[in-house]
Design a protein around this ligand. Structure first.
Ligand code: CP
Ligand code: NVA
Length: 301
């Protein structure tokens, strides 16, 4: 039994397989081919934070694979009233075939997984967002081919997405430069462990120069709403705008996991511009997670 709590839960080969499989499933879906490997299977989805893409892509993905998904909110489950995560894990995993969790503390998904009899998927924690990286990498591979040896510039907060990008750089062998203000760095142990693939380059313009892919995310993540004003000041120089895109490679792509705040971390012109692939990236959440669900929940694949 396998979990997907982190991108590092899969090998480079497995990650490459998932990316390729995602595009295969996407084409099959578009051609109207029915594919129901998860017939009769159920995914429990625990959301302790808001979501549009993650919720809809997992729910629709399970349906397209012949299975079913259950949305579980802490507002109306006993988790929200303090039932321990270890107890919830033992109960739920006797009824469903997989569980997806979006929450705050990363150790909560780890504790859940330790007590679960079925695969657990991290649908975003404060520390990592591995499902989004699957979709980002699928999008890159579809648009530009292999990412090995390419240069990626992360502009902005060293948050959950940035941590997952560091892991992707190591697994897929690309170079990641990170432009973040002092005090907003990604996880120090990841930077240290993967220093051959990822490093900080404070200056956004220098960071973006010659980059093949420019990526950013919101300045205040879910749970940091109260820091919004402080962060807006700290990140004022970190907007991805046309000035920044102009120094990147001529055919550079722009990605953002969404939701985006126009004229904060990204200008409207870049988000809506010809180098932006954010809508393809969002769609690929569905296809990438279908590949993941099939991989984890269907041992006979
Ligand atoms: N990118 C992403 O995870 O979006 P949602 O918060 O809408 O799920
Ligand atoms: N870093 C953002 C990603 C949202 C999909 C957050 O955690 O809120």
């Amino acid at each position: 039994m396998r979990h997907f709590l982190s991108l590092l839960d899969c090998s480079s080969d497995e990650l490459r397989y998932l990316i390729e499989r995602a595009t295969f499933l996407k084409n099959g879906q578009r051609e109207g081919r029915l594919h129901h490997p998860l017939k009769g299977k159920t995914l429990g989805m625990i959301f302790e934070k808001s979501s549009t893409r993650t919720r809809v892509s997992f729910e629709v993905g399970m349906l397209q694979l012949g299975g079913h998904a259950l949305f579980l909110s802490p507002r109306d489950t006993q988790l929200g009233r303090g039932e321990p995560v270890e107890d919830t894990a033992r109960v739920l995993s006797r009824m469903v075939d997989g569980v997806m969790i979006r929450t705050f503390e990363h150790d909560k998904v780890e504790r859940f997984a330790a007590y679960s009899q079925v695969p657990v998927i991290n649908g975003l924690t404060d520390q990592e967002h591995p499902c989004q990286i699957l979709a980002d990498m699928q999008t890159w591979f579809e648009q530009r081919g292999d990412i090995r040896g390419r240069r990626v510039a992360w502009i902005g907060d060293g948050n959950n997405m940035c941590n997952s990008y560091i892991q992707a750089a190591a697994l897929l062998d690309f170079e990641l430069q990170i432009a973040c203000p002092q005090g907003y760095e990604p996880a120090a142990e990841l930077l240290d462990k993967y220093r051959a693939h990822a490093h900080i380059e404070r200056d956004p313009l220098r960071c973006a120069t010659g980059a093949d892919l420019i990526v950013t995310d919101v300045w205040a993540s879910m749970g940091q709403e109260e820091e919004q004003a402080i962060r807006r000041r700290a990140f004022a120089d970190y907007i991805v705008d046309q000035r920044l895109m102009a120094v990147a490679a001529a055919d550079a792509l722009f990605m953002h996991c969404l939701p985006a705040h126009r004229e904060e971390e990204v200008s409207t012109a870049v988000l809506e511009g010809p180098q932006s692939v954010v809508w393809e990236e969002a769609e690929n959440r569905l296809h990438a997670q279908k590949a993941l669900l099939e991989f984890l929940l269907n041992p006979a694949r």
